[in-house]
Design a protein around this ligand. Structure first.
Ligand code: DPM
Length: 360
């Protein structure tokens, strides 16, 4: 039964309930991520009725081009946002790192869930089991299309070669195992874990080797910014520390004017009521880099946005149950660190990186 703009159904007892429709990409990882959020919602709200709507996005269709070569920023999100806009779905689950730091008008991230391990991981060809990046033979070819990963690892492990690899996680693992093109591939530990492939991780890359991407390892739920009911319903999914870390990271990236395809990396930590942000930018071969760390305080007894009049979006996030002063501090931290790196020449490094990448 369609009633107004939302979808409703009549239960057996005659009660009418709104159906909450969740949009997802069709890849296995996207479906797993969506199902995990759906399960959490079912647990928190046993009476809700959920429906999952799967669709393909541009990013899923263009499989032969490196992500960083495709100009479109909202590669994996556009079709899903259109579905949100048309009320065909009510929420969409994304990997936060695939969401642009500026969302199109009318959308917001209502929840950022507790972050998985945000680090990158090495997956080896079975032939090389037991090795590490350090101990792999000279000129071993490593598969990654991430400028961020390639830049850092080229610098750190000059004996290795890096080549693009595209496709969803299933495709990449197949390309690694069934051919001889790559000795190893680099993937986010979080994605591997969600796919149930943790046993393929042979090495977790520490910040000294490779810092992670903005938002990596965190799931985000995007909604229509005007949908107050869903915003309220999802607010309990937020993990306070993850929200603050990711706001700082996203503010850093946004202020650098980086997209998802620039060699920018971060590391964040919450400790003793302090939020620490380390951010870095790299030239494509990693030979040039700028890196710094700053910190800010997380006030105790901080008031939630719920209690203040205006609901503020911070780099796309509206987390109404997380302290509002803390969120403001986190955003400022990201901007301040970006400002510092820009004053040291970050813009020039990123501009050259972009030009060289476009010319590849
Ligand atoms: C973005 C990048 C990659 C994805 C760039 C980067 C990796 C591309 C590649 C912005 N999105 O990380 O520097 O390796 O060629 C992506 C993955 C996940 C979300 C897969 C992965 C799962 C992990 C998560 C693709 N987006 O990074 O291994 O939820 O953070």
């Amino acid at each position: 039964m369609e009633q107004g703009q939302f979808k409703y159904i009549r239960n057996e007892d005659g009660k009418v309930s709104r159906v909450i429709r969740i949009g997802t990409r069709k890849s296995e990882l996207a479906r797993i991520q969506t199902a995990s959020v759906a399960d959490k919602l079912k647990e928190l709200y046993p009476d809700i009725i959920l429906e999952i709507v799967a669709m393909s996005t541009t990013g899923d269709k263009i499989l032969d081009t490196a992500l960083s070569k495709i100009g479109e920023k909202s590669l994996f999100t556009k079709e899903l946002e259109t579905a949100l806009e048309k009320n065909m779905v009510d929420l969409v689950v994304h990997s936060l790192k695939d969401l642009p730091t500026t969302l199109p008008v009318g959308f917001t991230i209502a929840a950022v869930l507790k972050r998985e391990n945000p680090h990158d991981a090495v997956v080896l060809h079975p032939k090389h089991a037991g090795k590490t990046l350090e101990s792999l033979p000279v000129n071993s070819v490593i598969g990654t299309s991430s400028l961020r990963r390639a830049a850092q690892l080229k610098k750190r492990f000059p004996h290795l070669e890096f080549k693009d690899i595209r496709g969803n996680l299933n495709t990449r693992l197949k390309k690694l195992d069934e051919k001889e093109d790559f000795v190893a591939i680099i993937l986010a530990a979080a994605g591997l874990k969600r796919m149930g492939w943790e046993n393929r991780i042979s090495q977790i890359l520490e910040p000294e080797d490779c810092m992670y991407a903005v938002g990596q390892g965190a799931l985000a739920v995007e909604i229509r910014a005007s949908d107050a009911d869903i915003l309220e319903m999802l607010s309990v999914l937020n993990d306070g520390d993850t929200v603050l870390r990711c706001i700082a990271e996203r503010a850093f990236l946004r202020h650098l004017e980086g997209g998802c395809s620039v060699p920018v990396a971060v590391h964040t930590e919450v400790k003793d009521s302090q939020l620490y942000l380390t951010g870095a930018v790299f030239s494509l071969d990693g030979s040039e880099s700028l890196k710094d760390t700053m910190q800010t305080s997380i006030p105790v007894n901080d008031k939630c946005q719920e209690e203040v009049d205006e609901k503020v979006q911070r780099v796309g996030v509206t987390a109404i149950k997380v302290g509002s002063e803390s969120q403001a501090n986190a955003e400022r931290l990201g901007v301040d660190l970006a400002t510092l790196l820009l004053s040291k020449g970050a813009k020039e490094i990123l501009t050259v990186a972009r030009q060289l990448n476009d010319a590849r």
